[in-house]
Write a protein that binds this ligand. Structure first.
Ligand SMILES: Nc1ncnc2c1ncn2[C@@H]1O[C@H](COP(=O)(O)OP(=O)(O)OP(=O)(O)O)[C@@H](O)[C@H]1O
Ligand SMILES: [Mg+2]
Length: 363
């Protein structure tokens, strides 16, 4: 087992800077998810690690070895793509056995290893079939089996679940997670699905426009997003962000969004003042807002109900305020009439404060 290190990786395609100096340390045996919007450089980063693209500058290390000049086949990496190409004329068994036969592994060992990986992925009974006789999800698992069977040093997976329907995607996601615990092979998994990233990753590397913008454990990314970009990319529905004006209040500080005033807790005042910014953006997650249909003494502001979306386990409520629409997540049984008034509270520790100009988190 081996970790992967990127040091200042840069990759350009003509005038397009696809990857702009990414440094990333991926621990031995860990499962890291590269997450970011379309075009942010995820696939390019993977392809550089696999050796399918030559970086313009920067170093790629697998374990302690710099692999920049090493052929893809010598890097001991297995890659699973979004479009898993199985060999249509071969049985599932032969598809999975192929990488082993290529490496001249003795036949009896091939048999054992194919059987084992097929059982692990729950496809043992499909071994005699051809890919054309399988569902999309089964084909996907065969593709995974073919990558796993060889026990490479590193797995690279580029949106391997994106061709599956929603249900199968959830199922395969859980299977992959179980597999990860069993195999403990260093894995870099690309997705633009934040829920997939949150649920599977040991660590998430969030990318935006070719740059790494935050690298941390999933809960840290969720609870302490480094910027408004990360804050609005993680979480569903995304964090409410509202611009606020600052005014001093004696020793304290008050932030006014136009819809409500937020008096900054004493311990945070200095941090915000020290940041030396003039414009701040407040952030609060929809699930951190508490709604009541009757006025309560601790209500921080009231709002008009714009839309109510009951989703079963919870209810998403859109609130109309002077400065725009906010989203709140209430319990599954919450109901309110459109146009009616609701009262909103939140705990001060759930407020995030960002520098409006740079987007960087202050608190
Ligand atoms: N072969 C290429 N030639 C020119 N530009 C490219 C090439 N491959 C990628 N790019 C550009 O590099 C940038 C990063 O592309 P990349 O495929 O790495 O994004 P991505 O994060 O994987 O996106 P997606 O989520 O859509 O797959 C994009 O602007 C893309 O248009
Ligand atoms: Mg891609």
């Amino acid at each position: 087992m081996t970790g992967v290190t990127l040091e200042n990786l840069v990759k350009k395609y003509g005038s397009v800077q696809a990857v702009k100096g990414v440094s990333l340390e991926i621990e031995d045996g860990s499962f890291v998810v590269l997450l970011g919007p379309s075009g942010c450089g995820k696939t390019t980063t993977l392809r550089c690690i696999a050796g399918l693209e030559v970086p313009d500058s920067g170093d790629i290390k697998i374990g302690d070895v710099r692999v920049n000049d090493m052929q893809p086949k010598d890097r001991d990496i297995a890659m699973v793509f979004q479009n898993y190409a199985l060999y249509p004329h071969m049985t599932v068994y032969n598809n999975i056995a192929f990488p082993l036969k290529m490496r001249k592994v003795p036949n009896n060992e091939v048999k054992l290893r194919v059987q084992k990986v097929a059982e692990l992925l729950n496809i043992a009974e499909l071994l005699p079939r051809k890919p054309g006789q399988l569902s999309g999800g089964q084909q996907q698992r065969v593709a995974l089996a073919r990558a796993i069977v060889r026990q490479p040093k590193v797995f690279l997976m580029d949106e391997p679940l994106s061709n599956l329907d929603a249900r199968l995607r959830l199922y395969t996601r859980a299977e992959l997670k179980r597999l990860k615990q069993e195999l403990k092979i260093t894995t870099i998994f690309v997705t633009h699905d934040q829920a997939e990233a949150m649920s599977m990753a040991d660590k998430i590397a969030v990318m935006n426009a070719g740059e790494l913008v935050q690298y941390a454990e999933p809960y840290t990314i969720y609870s302490k997003p480094a910027s408004t970009f990360v804050a609005s990319f993680i979480g569903s529905p995304p964090m409410n962000l509202m611009k606020a004006t600052m005014s001093s209040l004696g020793d304290g500080l008050s932030l006014d969004t136009g819809s409500f005033k937020y008096n900054v807790p004493a311990e945070d005042v200095k941090v915000i003042k020290d940041a030396g910014v003039t414009e701040v953006t407040l952030g609060i997650r929809p699930e951190d807002l508490t709604l009541t249909t009757k006025q309560t003494p601790d209500a921080i502001f009231d709002a008009e109900v714009y839309v109510v979306e009951p989703l079963g386990a919870n209810t998403v409520v859109d609130l109309k305020l002077k400065d725009g629409l906010y989203k709140a997540v209430a319990s599954g049984t919450f109901r309110a009439d459109v146009g009616s008034k609701v009262w909103v509270t939140f705990a001060p520790e759930h407020i995030h404060v960002f520098n409006t100009a740079s987007g960087a988190a202050i608190i």
